[in-house]
Design a protein around this ligand. Structure first.
Ligand code: PEP
Ligand code: CO
Length: 451
């Protein structure tokens, strides 16, 4: 039985079955860390989460598009101003391509500043002859493939909090301090991207945007006073998996009296933890942030409808985003009944496509990879299903990096399977590199124009 609305508290999830949580070696130590985190300042404010909800409401109404993207798992080791800046550059580039290509506002959400915990299909993995705990993210333990490194350490929640705070600080500085100014549109094109076909295509758009700005000035508009041109909102999000951490960062908003999970603007519930009578749905049912839920190929229309009723009983537009990850082969067949059920029940949800998580495959040498063609194929299938059911295809959810990695195959400059070893750097799932991401943005902009 789920705990009812009137009995919800930040810890009421503890009475329900919970999966994918680490077993902390000492519950006293875990409790001490939770108490410490509960006293630290919130990372985001309730008012910001409400502003994002408002932006997502526009998407639910078919008047904007979401670009949600970032690492599969952020790393405690690979943490620097440069990696954050490079991620922001590609996010801004993709958003420019989509905004310009489809002439629609783009709501930009990073998988950033808190994406430190991973769900696993299997609790252990075999390394040599040893069976060790599977990697669950740097907020739980280290990634080195030894039993010792994989021992959960609750102190890592505090380290994760501080890294999230420093990341967010930099994201705010970059996005509000001139770096995201549309006059900088050319400087977001990194050298290794600029020399590629998609980089050159980007340069054309960047020049057109610049001309449009000069044209407006020539017409007498004073663009210096237009904040929309000089700064952007980049919102933060992560999978709300580790409930010890999420509970400890949950605060009551002094303005409305409502509870918000102040670890990020938006949180999503993963495919493996969306059970209706389980802890994650209970917890996120009670906080007022915008919430996402991943829907895999097994998601039946009635389950999805029950999730909508449970997580958004008042049908607040922008509160609930459904993130579809059904696979390139299956999405067009499996999604329409789900779209219909939610549409007919008049739930004002945002539909977005995660074309990454149901298109994983292994190479002959055992590398996890994804084909660019499958990623694009799932987005196309998603758009086609939405078009068929007259539902707004509200956006995409991607795993990318600003670096020149070789983790996914294909794209216009085709990374080959035998090249994957060259720069395979991810901690978890394979990410699109900056060129592949930009390539994808152009293709998605074309799909958006055809809606
Ligand atoms: C993820 O987004 O990294 C993830 C694990 O997704 P899913 O829950 O869809 O498998
Ligand atoms: Co992933």
């Amino acid at each position: 039985m789920a705990v009812s609305e009137s009995t919800w508290t930040p810890s009421s999830w503890r009475e329900l079955p919970v999966s994918q949580q680490p077993e902390w070696p000492s519950s006293e130590q875990a409790e001490a860390v939770r108490a410490r985190l509960a006293k630290l300042p919130p990372l985001v404010f309730a008012g910001e989460a409400r502003a994002l909800r408002g932006a997502l409401a526009q998407v639910a109404e078919g008047r904007a598009f979401v670009l949600q993207a970032g690492d599969c798992a952020e790393s405690f080791h690979d943490f620097s101003a440069i990696t954050i800046r490079e991620k922001l550059k590609i996010l801004l580039q993709m958003a420019a391509v989509l905004t310009y290509g489809a002439t629609l506002p783009v709501v930009k959400i990073g998988r950033i500043a808190g994406q430190f915990v991973k769900p696993r299909s299997k609790p252990t993995e075999t390394v040599g002859s040893e069976e060790i705990p599977a990697f669950r993210g740097h907020m739980v333990h280290d990634d080195a493939p030894t039993a010792e490194a994989r021992r959960p350490d609750p102190q890592r929640m505090v380290d994760g909090y501080h890294q999230a705070a420093a990341t967010l600080n930099l994201v705010r500085a970059f996005t509000k301090g001139g770096f995201a100014d549309l006059n900088q549109v050319h400087t977001w094109n990194q050298e290794f991207v600029a020399t590629s076909p998609e980089g050159r295509r980007y340069e054309v758009i960047a020049s057109e945007i610049e001309r449009a700005l000069r044209f407006m000035e020539a017409c007498g508009f004073d663009l210096r006073d237009a904040p929309q041109l000089h700064e952007v909102d980049v919102w933060t999000s992560h999978e709300g998996l580790l409930l010890d951490y999420e509970e400890a960062l949950t605060r009551r908003d002094s303005l409305t009296g409502d509870w918000y999970d102040c670890s990020a603007h938006m949180l999503w519930i993963g495919e493996r933890t969306r059970g209706l009578d389980e802890a994650h749905v209970e917890f996120f049912g009670g906080v007022h942030n915008p919430i996402g839920v991943k829907l895999g190929p097994a998601a039946a229309a009635e389950d999805v409808l029950a999730l909508c009723e449970r997580l958004n009983p008042e049908r607040v537009p922008g509160r609930l985003t459904l993130i579809v990850r059904m696979g390139a082969e299956q999405v067009f067949r499996l999604l329409p009944p789900v779209l219909r059920a939610v549409r007919d029940a008049e739930h004002p949800v945002v539909w977005i496509s995660d074309p990454m998580h149901a298109n994983l495959r292994r190479t002959a040498t055992g590398r996890k990879t994804r084909r660019f063609e499958d990623v694009l194929g799932e987005i196309e299938g998603f758009f086609a299903a939405c078009r068929r059911e007259r539902v707004w295809p509200g956006g995409v959810h991607l795993e990318f990096t600003g670096e020149d990695v070789t983790e996914c195959t294909g794209g216009s400059e085709g990374v080959l399977e035998e090249q994957l070893d060259a720069r395979y750097m991810t901690l978890c799932d394979p990410r699109l590199n900056a060129r592949q991401s930009l390539d994808l943005a152009f293709r998605v902009a074309e799909l958006m124009r055809s809606v």
